[in-house]
Design a protein around this ligand. Sequence first.
Ligand code: SF4
Length: 438
Amino acid sequence: MREQSASLEEEPPDGGVPLSVAPAEAAPAAIADLSLPQTSPRPVRTPRRPSTSPGDAFRRRHFPGASRRDWNDWRWQMRNRLRSLGAVERVLQLTESEREAIRRHRGALPLGITPYYASLLDPLAADQPLRRAVMPSLCEFVVTPGEATDPLGEEHTSPVPGIVHRYPDRVLFLATSLCGVYCRYCTRARMVGDGGEHALRRSDLEAAIAYIEAHREVRDVLISGGDPLTLDDERLGWILARLRAIPHVEIIRIGTKLPAVLPQRITRGLVQTLRRFHPLWMSLHFTHPDELTPEVAAACARLADAGIPLGSQTVLLKGINDDVATLRALFHGLLRLRVRPYYLYQCDPIAGSAHFRTPVARGLELIRGLRGHTSGYALPTFVVDAPGGGGKIPLQPDPVVGRAGDELLLRNYEGRVYRYPDPVTPENRGEGGTCASA
Ligand code: SF4
């Protein structure tokens, strides 16, 4: 059980996250006037706490020279990420597979874990879901048929460095290769953290922006990476200002995992920067309900209060989140944090990811298990990102059982079959027809 650490009571430097979960607002006066029963404000249900050691105790034990102020400083967190075998071995009892995988690793997708996220990991159990998601294992070196380093063919749809233009009206803008934590199932495993972790050079940024300026059909820009929130406020603000100045760019989106792995990054300064560029949307990457800590709740509250619509993206991962109870807890928890579950991704066939991938049928089964048993808002779209650049293809269990004359047979969430009147007429066959009341 993660204790409410003292760090939750102190405002961090640089306008860091508020350190307690805000209580719900009292009922508005209009409701009181209608003489509805008066209830005292209920506290917001805090997300499930991680079951590992608390951040404060973790800091004292593993970073004895660091103050609470340091811990709450996102730059300190980034500087002190666990990036070597020695660093991670001081915190976790490693398995031979983890140790050997770190030793053998070369190139992109290095080891990298923020101290905050490390405090959520089980020091003893290598099969803990959060730990499996970020700790290398020897399974990464086993490449199975159908896997590729660039399964989505992004390199083939990249007209200039940093831009992927796969859909007609929107582009992906890869502004940096740096991440707070390196997820072992990353779709961009080929490039993140490679070459010493870097943001795009100024000349590449200019070329990417010039491309968007020249393509008037681009109305939506998704800034991703790497993690764009690893850029400092000034650099991110510069990119956003340049994009916002392009008349045909209607919306800007930011894809990030930092609110989950480094909630200290969501400072007042960052939020003030972001809110200048509305309409701005954010897609937050979450994997498991144990990520929904009080710190994360506070970070999401700060973003939502700035008027930024929040959606989530989750990759379906074998042994990590591939059961109905875990997904339901995650999606319900996200809704409580005002984050709308948006996409549940089938794990892309990147090289060495077979140990994470579930059969597509399992994803459909999970969606079937969730649908009807929870609010529609808690149900993301299950998608396969088509290999070779085909784009996202939504999948859902087919509720149409068949037809009986003029009735369609539909299966509901309980598995019962219902008849819906749906006569086959020339009109609904798309052959025109007449309207009696016309
Ligand atoms: S944060 Fe995103 S880009 Fe970075 S390693 Fe994880 S999935 Fe990949």
